[in-house]
Design a protein around this ligand. Sequence first.
Ligand code: AP5
Ligand code: MG
Length: 226
Amino acid sequence: MSETMTHAAVLILLGPPGAGKGTQARMLEERFGLVQLSTGDLLRAAVAAGTAAGMAAKSVMESGGLVSDEIVLAILRDRMAEPDTAKGVILDGFPRTPGQAEALDALLADQGLKISAAISMEVDDAAMVERVSGRHTCEGCGEGYHDSFKQPAQAGRCDKCGGTAFKRRADDNAETVGARLTAYHASTAPLIAYYAARDVLRSVDGMGAIDAIAAELGGIVAEVTA
Ligand code: AP5
Ligand code: MG
């Protein structure tokens, strides 16, 4: 049973590749009944489906660059129009540029919503290559794992759905992670100041244990949505 809230929450998780955005977003979904909205996942689905947006995004994602604001915003607007997002959303990996942040402000204003909190997950870049290189997800339900840091209770069997097939991302290799970190610092890190200026910025230490970070994040979400 998830905790209840009085108004639709809009939470943003900011952080470099490997910071734990996806891991934590899924835990917050379960605890608070929110919907995780990962532009990375939406773009990977578009690539897999072979849509025009997916075909344009594929090579950019494989090189570790950022997909154009135009494509990302079109995908995000479509997803935000789906009824399940009325419960509140956790934006994972969006916005990633000042242009996306401004477009989000306009989209939320149109819907009478505002940002509950933008939470920066503070991590050491040097540790992110190992996190990303060991990552794999369940093919059935998307639950995320790590070769060293988060293994299923029973080897080879997903804790959530019992699935036995796992997949790895095409962009999870050391070279591409370097390019993704560079893109983060050049285009996305400036959003920390953007949200500080709007008085919605919070931060958590993302270098601890997954459950400890989840507890801290949960405290922030409970506070800003009370
Ligand atoms: P996206 O899918 O968003 O990738 P990313 O930002 O590079 O972030 P990751 O998914 O790699 O990391 P995460 O923070 O979710 O970490 P996770 O929880 O999995 O984007 C991919 C690409 O799509 C981009 O490069 C770009 O091309 C494009 N794109 C997406 N959105 C875009 C946008 N808005 N604009 C333009 N382009 C866009 O954790 C990583 C691993 O570490 C896991 O194995 C996990 O089990 C483990 N782990 C997690 N927390 C911990 C912990 N505390 N301790 C130890 N291990 C941990
Ligand atoms: Mg992710």
